[in-house]
Design a protein around this ligand. Structure first.
Ligand code: ADP
Ligand code: MG
Length: 204
């Protein structure tokens, strides 16, 4: 069975930094439609800082990798997404504790705690057209099935935000005019889950 160590989590964060670099332009385009056109650059700055910090002093446990990544996002990203993604990773890391290796089931449960913390911090729930619309179904699919199922659920969750009206964050100021656009944060969350699945599949 696949066991996930600190090096796995560092590879995941490096893959996410590369994906955000590649997709920064399209994330910012999505945010220019219903926000302030900074989501791509926010995450590019944030995950570049994550990758640099993890390279400089590689933490020894999965939990410590995610805790360091979360702290970097909170301190380097000004937008709403920095504290929200930072909380997701910090809380997930905390739930993983000090173990040197974790199972996929353990990660699914820890991510569930992370997603709950995001919902608590931002006050959003499923259907509000936020990152949670990709994360909630992805974490459920990871717990019930596989990394590949989590990737599909996250991608479908991001696309499902198109007809939604935003009820949280900057996009909610647009009211009904937010309908018809894919949420930038749900799109970047699908990248986060997609790079997790890529990293797991490369190991399998
Ligand atoms: P800002 O809105 O401050 O410019 P970003 O553009 O980086 O920050 O991130 C916007 C994304 O953050 C949105 O697309 C949405 O997915 C997510 N978001 C905003 N507010 C919330 C919230 N209260 N709960 C969950 N996610 C949110
Ligand atoms: Mg923005």
């Amino acid at each position: 069975m696949l066991v996930l160590d600190a090096a796995f989590f560092r590879r995941w964060m490096a893959a996410m930094a590369a994906a955000v670099d590649r997709e920064a332009g399209s994330l910012t385009d999505l945010d220019s439609a219903i926000g302030d056109a900074d989501h791509g650059s926010n995450l590019q700055r944030g995950f570049a800082a994550v990758a640099a910090a993890l390279d400089k002093e590689p933490p020894a446990t999965p939990g410590a990798v995610l805790a360091l990544a979360g702290r970097q996002l909170i301190s380097t990203v000004g937008g709403a997404s920095g504290p929200l993604y930072g909380t997701l990773l910090r809380r997930t890391g905390k739930a993983l504790g000090d173990d040197a290796e974790v199972t996929p089931g353990r990660l699914a449960a820890a991510l569930g705690a992370g997603v709950d913390a995001v919902a608590q911090l931002g006050g959003a729930k499923a259907g509000d057209k936020t990152m949670l619309d990709a994360l909630i179904p992805a974490v459920r699919a990871l717990g019930e099935s596989s990394f590949g199922a989590a990737r599909s659920a996250a991608d479908e969750g991001a696309v499902a935000t198109v007809p939604m009206q935003a009820r949280k964050g900057r996009a909610s100021y647009l009211g009904e005019r937010s309908i018809g656009h894919q949420d930038p944060g749900a799109t970047s969350s699908a990248l986060l889950i997609g790079t997790l699945a890529d990293t797991a599949e490369a190991d399998a």
